[in-house]
Design a protein around this ligand. Structure first.
Ligand SMILES: [Zn+2]
Length: 421
């Protein structure tokens, strides 16, 4: 280690196979797969476990040692510690696609395949984070939070969406009571972290670029607003005698949209959940609960927008005589990727002749937990089409192979830096 070997790296880059990537994406998609090409493979289920077994079965023949921790994360390692950590997640949303997460794990395995074929000495740890999507366990990024000590202490006793406890679901999968606090690993185990992921947005496709260099992941505030008015008979209550909670909530929905639109692309705001009480055609709504979500790469912009939305909403509620109670349910700061890795990714793109652009991620990723913990980390986005979190999401194997070569060459570069440390 430590001595650059350009011929071995070139041979490894040449060994990256788009056919193998495509075949393995197909193989994984069969686990929890549906007839429309989509995947339902929720976190902390036996389908997710079967996907991990498949990934381990690809790496063990290359000389990798397999370990699974109590949070169900799969780590497969080769070479001396510290190592370059590469991977993504294997769970999906219900009726999701076959590329979100899986492509990052398949291409991480491809980095291992290529290094192995070229006998390139690269200390690697391939990871499949568990339960990234938060589809069964309510919060996302479960596995990476466990590795970096970011889970709440009582997490084992928390309920999954289906009513089971987290600790029971895990015991069913790994056959032992989980010690989740014991999953924590020191950041000195890792030279750096790389994650390839589909973009899940239209920017790369619209620019005709195969690959994006992620500069940061947006932060988010999510809050629940409860509007309380007065339920009344819809036929007998005149329009000027109503306290309609839904009408006030509707003004809030439009305020969220307006603040987002007026930001000039600096933030996005969404109301994605709304319930009306009592919820009957012949009753003026007495209550309404909705969730507002604001995301931005700038925490200051996000805080300002969130404040503005509440201000507008409260003023409208005052005018209408509606009470509004606000509860912040989640607040995640924006995460900048490591400058060193961003620069190394751009350098690799230039050296390999892969056209790329810098972009931010509007979706959350495990990389947030890794970088927040203090590991130098970065992400490579691959162009995707047909949206994401649906069966039609798509990424070309050639684009994925280009992204894999970038991850491989950055891994090689930071491994040599790490060895010099
Ligand atoms: Zn994902």
């Amino acid at each position: 280690m430590g001595v650059p070997d350009p011929s071995r790296l070139s041979a490894a880059l040449a060994a990256v196979s788009s056919e193998r990537i495509a075949a393995r994406v197909r193989e994984l998609a069969a686990i929890g797969g549906s007839s429309d090409g989509g995947v339902s493979r929720l976190g902390l289920t036996k389908e997710e476990q079967a996907a991990r077994e498949m990934v381990a079965s690809w790496l063990i023949p290359l000389g990798f040692k397999r370990e699974q921790d109590a949070a169900c994360n799969l780590f497969c390692s080769a070479g001396p510690s510290p190592r370059v950590l590469i991977g993504s997640h294997l769970d999906s949303v219900p009726d999701g696609g076959r590329y979100d997460g899986s492509l990052g794990v398949v291409t991480a395995v491809e980095v291992a395949e290529a290094a192995h074929a070229a006998r390139l000495a690269l200390p690697l740890e391939i990871v499949a984070w568990s339960a990234e999507e938060g589809a069964r366990y309510r919060a996302g990024h479960f596995g990476s939070a466990a590795t970096f000590g970011q889970l709440p202490p009582d997490v084992g006793d928390r309920e999954l969406r289906d009513g089971n406890l987290v600790k029971d679901a895990i015991r069913d999968l790994i056959g032992r009571a989980p010690d989740l606090a014991g999953c924590r690993r020191p950041i000195t185990d890792f030279i750096g972290y790389l994650e390839l992921h589909i973009e899940q947005g239209p920017r790369l496709a619209s620019q005709g670029l195969p690959v994006g260099v992620v500069t940061g992941i947006v932060g988010m505030t999510r809050a629940t607003l409860l509007f309380t008015g007065r339920a009344d008979h819809s036929g007998t209550t005149p329009m000027d005698a109503r306290s309609d909670a839904l009408a006030a909530a509707a003004e809030c929905v439009l305020a969220v949209e307006r603040v987002g639109r007026e930001s000039g692309g600096q933030l996005v705001g969404t109301v994605g959940e709304l319930r009306v009480f009592p919820g009957s055609a012949n009753v003026v709504p007495g209550g309404c609960r909705l969730t507002i979500e604001v995301r931005s790469l700038s925490d200051a912009t996000q805080a300002e927008a969130y404040g503005r939305i509440l201000e507008l909403t409260m003023a409208l509620c005052d005018q209408r005589g509606i009470r509004c109670a606000v509860e912040v349910v989640d607040r995640i700061p924006a995460t900048a990727m490591s400058q060193l890795i961003v620069a190394a990714i751009e350098e690799s793109c230039a050296r390999l002749g892969v056209p790329a652009m810098r972009l931010s991620s509007g979706a959350g990723h495990d990389a947030q937990n890794v970088v927040t913990a203090g590991v130098q980390g970065g992400m490579v986005f691959v162009r995707s089409t047909e949206g994401s979190h649906n069966p039609k999401e798509h990424a070309d194997a050639e684009d994925a192979a280009a992204g894999t070569r970038i991850v491989l060459s950055v891994a090689d570069a930071i491994a040599r830096l790490g060895a010099r440390r």
